[in-house]
Ligand binder design. Structure first.
Ligand SMILES: NC(=O)c1ccc[n+]([C@@H]2O[C@H](COP(=O)([O-])OP(=O)(O)OC[C@H]3O[C@@H](n4cnc5c(N)ncnc54)[C@H](O)[C@@H]3O)[C@@H](O)[C@H]2O)c1
Length: 442
């Protein structure tokens, strides 16, 4: 099929490359000319394992194209995906300006029957808004073309995005038209050969499904963090409690790790957007608000551990930081807990030596050059002369480090672990002072 993907970010680029991999012809459009030029020259704007191969191969074999020319792409395609950003607006709602701007451009240029697919995460009612802006442009042009607006939320996870897209647990298609639903099923058929479902529903339910999924997962993280905080006050071992409850299939072990909280470009903004939607409909979403509050506190409490240890005297102290990305496998630092942690420590005069295998460039971009913050070439270099190590991201390379080497590099062997990577008994034997989430408070 001939497809257009508007937005060459984490979702758009992965989706475009995967559809091309299945033999479709995909034109990937982005408003950022530098990004498009880079892609044409084989430079990817993001880090995602395996993506570079997919993009380069499909580009070379002329199934994947890059352009800034949305008009031409729209005219050549039957299905147009909108995968632009929907960041958080000042009032917490999702900022739909990019989605609607793309809708308007589509309306200006469609030349026949088209299916417009919301891939971006957008609140209930957005398909209706997209439909209206397109209709308005068609009326202004004095033309009539049939088109349909479909909601097809994306559930891929950064870090495993290719696998998630190629072998999805499910595909949700929100569609009020039978013919369009069949077309979407045909497009996705190669991805569900192992019988994972394509769930067709009405547009509004599909729009809400994405928020409900993210809200549930975010709440699960805040739940285990709350239990960890209760463990800290009771002396219960959060690792054992986690295992004890996770083995119940109704609860499950996945996504049940205590830590410094969730971040990223999705959970925080999607929670805020869902809270905003509910509140605007006169419903107070108490559970979601509590999950968000716990998540914010979690970052501050983690910084509190460091502050307490040093008697709040952080000025001039060298601290090593491992992990900047909001999770392993990505260079994405949007809403990353690490950025909050670092900012708080810098505010108090600490000197930070940070290391992340992928996200140092994006952190530099996000924070700019900041006095007191430097980036190390390796995880061990970050430790040189440090009075403590602070871990924010559970990259696999941090799981089994050479503790003796760490001790020899650090001024004192102290670790604040925001991801509970190590065995406290082992660390104590090795001579480390080890602080982690859910540890008994004296
Ligand atoms: N990142 C994820 O893991 C993930 C997962 C599922 C859903 N989502 C949702 O998908 C959407 C996109 O997220 P992302 O992380 O890929 O964002 P992103 O910021 O990485 O990419 C968005 C891209 O859209 C481009 N763009 C913005 N306005 C444009 C316009 N008017 N015309 C053409 N291009 C334009 C930007 O230049 C950018 O390249 C969001 O709604 C997000 O919530 C993201």
């Amino acid at each position: 099929m001939k497809l257009t993907m508007v937005g060459a970010g984490y979702v758009g680029l992965v989706t475009a490359a995967c559809f091309a991999e299945m033999g479709n012809e995909v034109i990937c459009v982005d408003a950022d000319a530098a990004k498009i030029k880079g892609l044409e020259e084989g430079r990817l704007p993001i880090y995602e394992p395996g993506l570079e191969d997919y993009v380069k191969r499909n580009y070379k074999e002329k199934r994947l194209f890059f352009t800034t020319d949305l008009a031409a792409a729209v005219q050549k395609s039957l299905i147009i995906f909108i995968a632009v950003g929907t960041p958080q607006d000042k009032d917490g709602s999702a900022d739909l300006s990019a989605v609607l701007a793309v809708g308007r451009e589509i309306g200006k240029h469609i030349n026949g029957y088209k299916v417009i697919v919301e891939k971006s995460t957008v609140p209930v009612g957005t398909a209706q808004k997209v439909r209206r802006v397109i209709q308005k442009e068609l009326a202004a042009r004095g033309v009539e073309f049939e088109f349909d607006v479909v909601s097809n939320p994306e559930f891929l996870k950064e870090g495993t995005a290719l696998d998630d897209f190629m072998k999805p647990d499910r595909i949700v298609v929100g569609c009020d038209d039978v013919r369009t639903a069949e077309l979407m099923k045909e497009l996705y058929a190669p991805f569900v050969r192992t019988h994972h479902p394509i769930i067709v529903m009405d547009v509004v339910s599909a729009e809400l499904t994405k928020y409900a999924a993210n809200a549930f997962l975010a709440t699960k993280i805040s739940f285990i963090n709350e239990i960890a905080n209760i463990c800290a006050r009771t002396g219960a071992d959060i690792a054992m409690v986690r295992r004890g409850i996770g083995s119940d299939p109704r609860i499950g072990n996945l996504f049940l790790f205590p830590g410094v909280g969730y971040g990223g470009s999705c959970f925080p903004k999607d929670m805020q957007a869902l809270i905003h939607t509910a509140r605007s409909l006169n419903y107070t979403p108490r559970l979601l608000e509590a999950a968000e509050a716990i998540n914010q506190d979690q970052r501050e409490n983690f910084v509190g551990l460091v502050r307490r240890f040093f008697g709040d005297e952080l000025k001039g102290r060298t601290l090593a930081v491992w992990g900047l990305a909001f999770k392993p496998g990505t260079d994405d630092v949007r809403e990353a807990p690490a950025l909050t942690v670092i900012s708080r420590l810098l505010e108090r005069g600490a000197v930070i030596q940070a290391y992340d295998p992928q996200a140092m460039g994006s952190t530099r971009e996000a924070l700019g050059e900041v006095a007191g913050l430097s980036y190390a070439d390796s995880s061990y270099e970050a430790l040189e002369g440090a009075e403590a190590l602070i871990i924010n991201t559970e990259w696999t390379m941090f799981r089994e480090p050479d503790f003796e080497r760490m001790k020899s590099l650090m001024r004192q062997p102290v670790i604040f672990d925001g991801r509970n990577l190590y065995n406290p008994v082992k660390l104590a034997k090795l001579g480390f002072q080890y602080f982690y989430i859910g540890q008994k408070i004296d």
